[in-house]
Design a protein around this ligand. Structure first.
Ligand code: LMR
Length: 334
């Protein structure tokens, strides 16, 4: 009796010292992003957290920091490279300052008629090739997450290309987006996402372009009288992780995390359209912003006005890349 009690205490002690895996402190993944939790990306991040913790049996803990609470746009990429955070999901439009211009191909106006077409590119050879470019920057690209299509907002009615003349627009850091607004005679200004609401409110800028879910969750519709339903461009994300952190993970941790990422991606991409539809409905209900729909002729005029962007973008990202994108987008399947 006594001997077995001692043996039991020794066993307990030994367990405590060596520590069974589940009692060890978990591996922390800090996942920082700039949008609200109630958005396609915000929900994708939460789903990844749930699945990653479940599939690793608690050996990994994912801390999600939404709404730029940890870092703003440019800082978050630097923080990832330094290893201060492990995971991010910046939009395709934000990789230029890192020295990777190619993701800006997604910013070309009207290049994507719908999400089905986008999927052909992201799930095809070009999608894989683009992710590979990140390796050289100490970053591993894990997945593509959707947000949706962009709309134009301002305190004046934006109907014809002439309406854009001289209007100050906040933009993401993409040079292709800069060229887009220049083609309309507007004055684009790069600004972190977290600063947009205040800049619109105080008149630092007059307008901006974004998806319904971003406009609604940042309350931009409360400080913009008009939103024109242009669907002229796309916002989507590249989920990225610090390469060294990822490569150093033991396979029995990395594999379940990959599984969690795959499922979180399917989840996020399956509900992004609904998130945007719901946000549009809420904006309409609020009555704070008038939603303008363009006629077919007005839409055509916008497309024509932005056509020169393709030529200008070719100088930055290469005509070859644009052609490859268009070819994959047009292919029947991948
Ligand atoms: C923006 O800066 O407008 C967007 O990229 C924000 C986001 O992450 O959706």
């Amino acid at each position: 009796m006594r001997t077995s009690a001692i043996a039991a205490s020794i066993a307990v002690l030994a367990l405590g010292l060596s520590g069974p895996a589940s009692a060890q402190s978990p591996i922390i993944i800090k996942f920082s992003h700039v949008v609200a939790t109630d958005t396609p990306k915000g929900k994708g991040a939460e789903k990844f957290k749930e699945l990653a913790e479940k599939y690793t049996g608690g050996k990994v803990k994912v801390e999600v920091y939404p709404n730029s609470t940890l870092y703003k746009d440019k800082e978050e990429l630097e923080a990832l490279q330094l290893g201060s955070v492990q995971m991010l999901a910046p939009s395709n439009s934000k990789f230029g300052p890192l020295g990777i211009r190619e993701f800006e191909v997604f910013d070309l106006p009207y290049i994507l008629p719908d999400i089905k077409t986008l999927r052909k590119v992201t799930e095809g050879p070009l999608g894989t090739k683009l992710l590979k470019l990140l390796d050289a920057k100490g970053i591993t690209g894990l997945a593509y997450w959707d947000n949706g299509f962009k709309q134009m907002s301002a305190n004046k009615k934006l109907i014809t290309p002439a309406d854009y003349q001289g209007v100050k627009f906040r933009i993401q850091s993409s040079r292709v987006i800069q060229a887009q607004f220049k083609s309309l005679g507007s004055l684009p200004q790069v600004m972190a996402f977290s600063e947009v609401y205040q800049a619109l409110q105080t008149g630092v800028v007059d307008g901006q372009e974004n998806t319904w879910s971003n406009i609604y969750t940042q309350k931009m519709h409360e400080v913009q009288k008009y939103i024109t339903e242009t669907n002229h461009g796309y916002i989507g994300y590249v989920v990225i992780v610090n390469k060294k952190f990822w490569d150093d993970l033991p396979a029995d941790i990395r594999d379940p995390l990959s599984k969690a990422m795959k499922e979180a991606t399917e989840f996020s991409n399956a509900q992004s359209q609904k998130e945007n539809d719901d946000a549009l409905a809420e904006i309409k209900k609020s009555g704070k912003s008038e939603i303008i729909k363009l006629t077919a002729d007005q839409d055509e005029a916008m497309r024509k006005a932005m056509e020169p962007v393709y030529k200008e973008a070719a100088g930055r990202i290469g005509q070859g890349l644009i052609d490859e994108f268009l070819k994959e987008a047009k292919s029947p399947t991948n």
